[in-house]
Design a protein around this ligand. Structure first.
Ligand SMILES: *[C@@H]1O[C@H](CO)[C@@H](O)[C@H](O)[C@H]1NC(C)=O
Ligand SMILES: *[C@@H]1O[C@H](CO)[C@@H](O)[C@H](O)[C@H]1NC(C)=O
Ligand SMILES: *[C@@H]1O[C@H](CO)[C@@H](O)[C@H](O)[C@H]1NC(C)=O
Length: 264
């Protein structure tokens, strides 16, 4: 924007030797004032940093200046010193403070931390410019819009700590920086990593279990086959032994096996 800084004076002598000096002690750097513009013997000298942006509007009748294309760095204490020799008085000095309002610049959103379940995440947001100092706030936008407790730090930044992250933590977060002149937003999209470990482990366990069962069944089958094979052989052996016995006891008439045999 532009601004006219007024400076009027009264003198009883001619203006041929009028001398006007405007200085600025910027709010951002009050220790090093600059000479904004000088009028001396009909000549105008501007500070190089302001060339093309500053000018007298009514010299020599008035000492007002105009400042075009204002910037936040133009804010500060302006001092207008008027001297009109040979008028004997001390130079007249007037002072005014200039504030330059600015909408917030685009904030920068960041997050760090652990987005695993149970972890903790810090969302931070900082804005470089804005006069008056922008108000910073964090909101979670979905599933419904809720305002988050935002810690405000001195250097125009605000952060939110989210502890014990869960799947509900996932979603879109907005930081807004707002003052009288406007609002600017930045966003963070958090997706909490929910490992499908429980189902994965379950699947693994089930798979292992079923494989073990199959193996067990195979083992049982093998054992059973082995056992029946041995039994068969043993039975054959027994039968053979019995036959031998029969032969042995052939002569013995009242042998029980013989009796048995006759019953069979
Ligand atoms: C300031 O801007 C106005 C309007 O654009 C212009 O007429 C004037 O010459 C400018 N003054 C200076 C010192 O640049
Ligand atoms: C974290 O959240 C889980 C589920 O909501 C809860 O059971 C647990 O107690 C919480 N842990 C802490 C330290 O708050
Ligand atoms: C946020 O991230 C999720 C998953 O990565 C994605 O599906 C979604 O579209 C993103 N939303 C925005 C607004 O970027």
């Amino acid at each position: 924007d532009f601004v006219v800084l007024p400076c009027s004076f009264y003198t009883s002598t001619r203006l041929s030797r009028l001398n006007v000096i405007w200085t600025l002690a910027p709010f951002s750097n009050p220790e090093t004032p600059i000479q904004v513009i000088v009028y001396d013997h009909g000549q105008v000298i501007e500070d190089p940093s302001l060339t093309g942006r500053v000018g007298f509007t009514g010299i020599p009748a008035r000492a007002d200046i105009i400042l075009n294309d204002t910037r936040v760095s133009d804010a500060g204490i302006y001092r207008c010193m008027v001297n009109n020799p040979p008028e004997p008085a001390e130079p007249g000095i007037g002072e005014l403070a200039l504030s330059v309002l600015a909408p917030p610049s685009l904030p920068v959103c960041q997050w760090d931390g652990d987005v695993d379940v149970g972890g903790s995440v810090r969302l931070s947001c900082s804005v470089a410019e804005g006069v008056p100092a922008p108000e910073i706030r964090w909101d979670k936008l979905n599933p419904e819009e809720i305002s988050l407790p935002t810690e405000i730090e001195e250097d125009l930044s605000g952060s939110v700590q989210i502890v014990n992250v869960s799947s509900q933590t996932s979603g879109l977060y907005r930081c807004s920086a707002a003052n009288d002149l406007g609002t600017e937003n930045c966003y963070v999209n958090l997706s909490v990593y929910t490992p499908d470990a429980p189902s994965g482990v379950l699947q693994g366990v089930l798979l292992t279990l079923s494989m073990s069962l199959v193996l067990l069944a195979l083992l049982a089958l093998v054992l059973w086959l082995h056992r029946t094979g041995q039994d068969g052989r043993r039975r054959e052996g027994k039968a053979a032994a019995a036959e031998e016995d029969d032969e042995c006891y052939n002569e013995i008439r009242d042998s029980p096996s013989l009796m048995k045999r006759s019953f069979v």
